[in-house]
Design a binder for this molecule. Structure first.
Ligand code: S3P
Length: 427
């Protein structure tokens, strides 16, 4: 489906966005692992989290959606039942990779499949540490999905330094390590999102600029009540739109302000963005608060490589902000972008070229400069929700508007994107 957008005049109002996707996946997983009843408030209504819910239902958890609250009765230690059918992770890398860790600790073998995009994303990065933990796997080709997982009798604890800054890889190891009486350690050189560590209350050691997370059976989750803050990655599209629209202001309520996720706010503030944090508080170990945004004049800044994992999902919309900021926008050290729902370096560069901009594409990033030559273009989403939303925002900022092809993929993270947009837009 092609979605058209007209130039927007002003943004004004307030939004309550859906629950953070990363925390939502983890809440469903930990509640399903725990014995007994857990409650989750403000669970994300994204298609990705639906994939996680379906997988854990197949493994024997009872998941009842009561509107605002989801009630989960979990199975307890090694208590899942073998699924008769393959576990389908859809488009969701988090579902597939975290599930690989959890299934490694069960008493039965399982198969995980995914859609076309997920089946072309690398799984070797998870298979390698899991194999050191004694887990056997079978993949049809080159370590891509579908994958069959054969857990060992007893998980072998490991001490593993992540070769790639990936929260999903870290989590697969931590969740497998939950099924072993001795400690597993995961060592990071650059911090990645730490929601699981906070939720499980893991011991974290900071040593020599490295972060070491320690996990064992002692950290196995108990039933709990989870209050999920709204998704900062989803918020970033509305934040950039407000900054770049004249005479605009927007209040976003109860946004996740976890330090491993707020890089986008820091970079935009450094660029001159008027962004204020209000009513900050902590629930379930997770910082949250309201975010107030006003129209701003932006200038590009150098983006440090240690912040890349913190802003990895926001780079498509950050590039849109950079396009309207003073001087050229450049991002490097971000080759992980090529391993996302689409090859995001290629997706962004392709769409910028449609506008007649001067684009230099590198293996690990890109640089964009020049003036917009063409309007009323049809951007390509490449079936990638964050590309679709970033170029929807860009379309709203063009004098003659533009459109986004294959727009329906926004449901992967935010099915209500258009409704939310309409509620704050003035034309
Ligand atoms: C996620 C981790 C990141 C991020 C993804 C969600 C998570 O992926 O891009 O959208 O919930 O752990 P990587 O770990 O592959 O960088």
């Amino acid at each position: 489906m092609i979605q058209k957008f007209e130039k927007i005049k002003k943004i004004k109002g307030e939004l309550v966005l859906p629950g953070d996707k990363s925390i939502s996946h983890r809440s469903v997983m930990l509640a399903s692992l725990a014995k007994g009843k857990s409650f989750i408030h403000n669970l994300s209504n994204s298609e990705d989290v639906l994939s996680t819910k379906k997988c854990f239902t197949q493994l024997g958890a009872s998941i009842i959606d009561n509107g605002d609250t989801v009630e989960i009765v979990g199975r307890g230690y090694k208590g899942f039942v073998k699924s008769e059918n393959e576990l389908y992770a859809g488009n969701s890398g988090t579902t597939a990779r975290l599930l690989m860790g959890i299934l490694s600790g069960q008493n039965f073998s399982s198969v995980i499949t995914g859609d076309k995009s997920l089946s072309s994303r690398p799984m070797r990065r998870v298979i390698e540490p899991l194999s050191l933990m004694g887990v056997k796997t079978e993949t049809a080709s080159e370590q891509f999905l579908p994958i069959k997982i054969f857990p060992p009798k007893e998980i072998v604890p490991i001490n593993y330094e992540l070769p790639v800054a990936s929260a999903q890889v870290k989590n697969a190891i931590l969740l497998a390590g939950l099924h072993c009486s001795s400690s597993t350690e995961v060592i990071e050189n650059i911090p990645t999102r730490n929601h699981t560590e906070l939720m499980l209350g893991l011991k974290i050691i900071n040593s020599n600029k490295k972060i070491i997370s320690v996990v064992s059976k002692k950290n196995y989750p108990e039933s709990n009540e989870y209050f999920i803050p709204s998704d900062i990655s989803t918020a970033s599209f509305f934040i950039v739109l407000t900054l770049l629209t004249k005479q605009s202001e927007l209040l976003l309520k109860n946004i996740s302000l976890n330090d491993t996720r707020t890089g986008i706010l820091k970079v935009l503030q450094e660029m001159g963005g008027k962004i204020e944090l209000l009513n900050e508080n902590i629930i379930n170990g997770e910082k949250r608060g309201d975010v107030f945004i006003q129209s701003s004049e932006l200038r590009n800044v150098k983006i440090d490589n240690t912040i890349i994992p913190n802003i990895i999902d926001e780079i498509p919309i950050l590039a849109v902000a950079g396009l309207f900021a003073d001087s050229s926008f450049e991002i490097r050290n971000a080759s992980e972008l090529r391993k996302k729902e689409s090859d995001r370096i290629n997706s962004i560069c392709y769409n910028f070229r449609l506008l007649g901009l001067n684009v230099n594409e590198y293996e690990d990033g890109f640089k964009v400069e020049g003036d917009i030559q063409n309007q009323q273009v049809i951007f390509e989403s490449f079936g990638d929700h964050r590309i679709a939303m970033a170029f929807s925002i860009l379309s709203l900022l063009l004098d003659e508007g533009a459109a986004v092809n294959n727009f329906e993929c926004v449901k992967i993270s935010n099915p209500d994107f258009i409704t939310q947009l309409k509620s704050i837009s003035y034309y």
